[in-house]
Design a protein around this ligand. Structure first.
Ligand code: PLP
Length: 284
């Protein structure tokens, strides 16, 4: 059984509880982070902490514990659960208070929960064959840059993709792709330019996005950060997504139409390889 962390205690998962008045439950009033673990070490941890602080700050939630403590908790859970490869989820909510739209007193203890998932991240059969993706209207709220626990629409979109025999959905606003349900979205044009939406409140500022664009820069690949239209996907040579759980994950089909030759493209494969290498080298 997993050991999880809840508000200062390490407990078996069946003994860990939060209040029915927790604002995460009542209002989706909370944020989260997911950090990749490779070789028992944390990948891009500083960037996840940075984004956590940004999300908390945007919602005026005070950090529940120090960054040093967060690192210690992550490492303790890796150790106690013997995680060599997988993910660590960190959830912070504004805490428990009698139900009211107004925020409770700032002194209300925040809820802090962390749990691990042991998972094969590197050997991913979907990344081997390439993802089949559908497009669906982006009906999320307009602050997608904040990593809130409000994941119902992405969940619905993923169910819709599954019901249509696809792996995932790309979300579309005004004819342009914003991002995937739980990843950032990219195309590679026929002249080899990587195109991904520029950072704004329309998308999550992916930690993997940042690192992979750095890899692309080091490889002297051309990158354009701009919105791309749904119509451009069918014309693309290849496509892929990035996320902490999927790494660089090729896309080979969009709304039933083949992208490129229908196989994971060379740029996506190369970036996946280099990103994994870089992650292993820099994990802490
Ligand atoms: N976009 C969305 C909507 C996400 O939920 C995620 C990850 O959960 C990402 C992008 C990728 O972010 P990261 O690379 O930091 O995992």
């Amino acid at each position: 059984m997993r050991t999880v962390y809840v508000n200062g205690s390490y407990l078996p998962e069946t003994e860990a509880h939060v209040s029915i008045f927790d604002r995460g439950f009542l209002f989706a009033d909370g944020v989260y982070e997911v950090t990749l673990v490779l070789g028992g070490k944390l990948v891009d941890f500083a960037a996840h902490l940075h984004r956590l602080h940004r999300s908390l700050n945007e919602l005026r939630i005070a950090p529940p514990v120090s960054d040093d403590d967060l690192l210690d908790i992550h490492r303790a859970l890796i150790r106690q659960n013997q995680i060599d490869e997988g993910l660590i989820y960190l959830q912070v909510t504004r805490g428990a208070a009698d139900r009211d739209f107004l925020f409770p007193d700032a002194a209300t203890p925040r809820t802090l929960v962390l749990f691990t998932q042991k998972k094969a991240i590197l050997n991913n059969p979907v990344a081997e064959r390439g993802q089949r993706v559908i497009t669906i209207e982006d009906l999320r709220w307009r602050r997608c840059d904040i990593k809130t626990v409000q994941l119902l629409y992405p969940s619905l979109a993923k169910m819709e993709a599954k019901s249509r025999g696809a792996d995932d959905a790309w979300l579309v606003r005004d004819g342009f792709v914003t991002e995937g349900t739980s990843n950032n979205a990219y195309i590679v044009t026929r002249n080899g330019t990587i195109v991904t939406r520029d950072l704004s409140t329309d998308i999550l500022h992916g930690v993997t996005r940042h690192s992979v664009l750095q890899c692309a820069h080091d490889l002297q690949l051309k990158v354009e950060e701009r919105p791309f239209a749904v119509g451009e996907i069918g014309e693309a040579a290849e496509a892929f997504t990035t996320s902490s759980s999927g790494l660089v994950n090729p896309v080979v089909e969009i709304d039933g139409a083949t992208i490129g030759d229908g196989n994971p493209g060379p740029i996506a494969k190369r970036l996946r390889h280099i990103y994994i290498q870089r992650s292993r080298d820099t994990a802490i």
